[in-house]
Design a binder for this molecule. Structure first.
Ligand code: UDP
Ligand code: MG
Length: 336
């Protein structure tokens, strides 16, 4: 492995893009990226991470070469999920600045020059904030908004509302991100945790250019649980309070029943209320046990110390305009 010290090059821009069955958008994506790269004043490498695609994606990436930018394709050994794929790409990228974007052209590549300009002015992180979310359903927008509000309430590093993974990061920010050792990689939370000098630009998010979204509500819910449990232990405290509250309510209720028997003799047989109380308490207990289980599961996964992803092979289609720049020893953190 190349040490972090030796792998920065002077003024190279890496664009990191995770790919999972994106054959339908790749020709358009490459086209637009090349057009942008041509006009940029610095060499560009495109780092694609093939996250276990089963379609033509990899072949398409390597056949559409251009002098505007060099192409590297990291083939992961299977589908590890977007979060792992992005970590792989950031680890492999050699640039002084790294732009992270989706393959589906929801994040327009034409904004990259503006992002680079902000970085040259000294920003470590250039966040892209969505002004609008075209092509997303009302349900997705509202649930997303609710989730971020909840996340920001309960976790310490607050995640900026309406920003996705589309962003530019300086070498310094990327190295800080890569130094976070956890296996469970909740990107938005980790990026927020890293912090650093941040500039925010607004943009209109386009609908997906072609192909299908890889998310469904189950996956999004899993991501939400990951997000909450990996960045906050407050739900554990909530479980404690819930348990306490329902136990005291149950106790008070029991006492009340006993008193009623003592004062009035007998009471009406109250099956309905009994069953309600029992199921409620059983529910609270299961909830708390499940919550504990989430955290214990997380501890288990972390202690196994497995790598976040496995690279099967690295392929490349070097650009003819920019010969590979020799590796330098100095670490150029500052924009040049
Ligand atoms: N992606 C990936 N691995 C996966 C799922 C998605 O690398 O298991 C990539 C996908 O190819 C795309 C990006 O992650 O570049 C975002 O996916 P998508 O557009 O489907 O998500 P959405 O924009 O709908 O949230
Ligand atoms: Mg998308």
């Amino acid at each position: 492995m190349i040490s972090r010290q030796t792998r920065s090059q002077s003024s190279l821009l890496s664009v990191v893009i995770p790919i999972h069955n994106e054959a339908q958008v790749i020709p358009a994506l490459l086209n637009r990226l090349y057009r942008v790269a041509q006009d940029l004043p610095l060499p560009v490498e495109l780092v694609f991470i093939d996250d276990g695609s089963t379609d033509d994606s990899v072949r398409l990436l390597l056949t559409e070469g251009s002098p505007a930018a060099s192409i590297r394709v990291l083939k992961l050994s299977r589908n590890f999920g977007k979060e792992a794929a992005v970590s792989a790409g950031m680890e492999a990228a050699m640039g002084n600045a790294i732009v992270l974007m989706d393959a589906d052209l929801q994040d327009p590549p034409e904004l990259i020059p503006d992002m680079v300009a902000q970085w040259r002015r000294g920003a470590d992180v250039v966040l892209m904030k969505r002004r609008s979310r075209k092509g997303e359903t009302w349900l997705k927008r509202t649930t997303a908004a609710l989730f971020y509000r909840l996340m920001n309430r309960i976790s310490d590093a607050s995640i900026p509302i309406d920003t996705g993974d589309f962003r530019l990061m300086s070498r310094r920010a990327v190295d800080a991100f890569l130094a976070l050792p956890e296996r469970n990689r909740y990107l938005k939370g980790m990026f927020a945790w890293v912090g650093m000098t941040t500039e925010t630009l607004e943009f209109d998010r386009d609908p997906r250019a072609a192909g299908q979204t890889k998310w469904n509500y189950l996956k999004l819910m899993q991501l939400a649980v990951d997000g909450i449990t990996s960045f906050s232990t407050k739900p554990l405290r909530l479980a404690l309070f819930l348990g306490l509250a329902s136990a005291s309510a149950g106790g008070a209720f029991g006492l009340w029943e006993v008193l009623k028997v003592l004062v009035f003799g007998t009471t009406l047989p109250g099956y309905a209320s009994l069953i309600a109380v029992i199921t409620f308490l059983a529910g609270v207990q299961l909830l708390c046990v499940g919550l504990l289980g989430e955290y214990i599961g997380r501890i288990y996964l972390e202690t196994k110390q497995r790598p976040v992803y496995l690279v099967a092979e690295e392929l490349s289609a070097p650009s003819s305009r920019h010969q590979p720049v020799p590796l330098r020893v100095a670490n150029h953190d500052q924009p040049l």
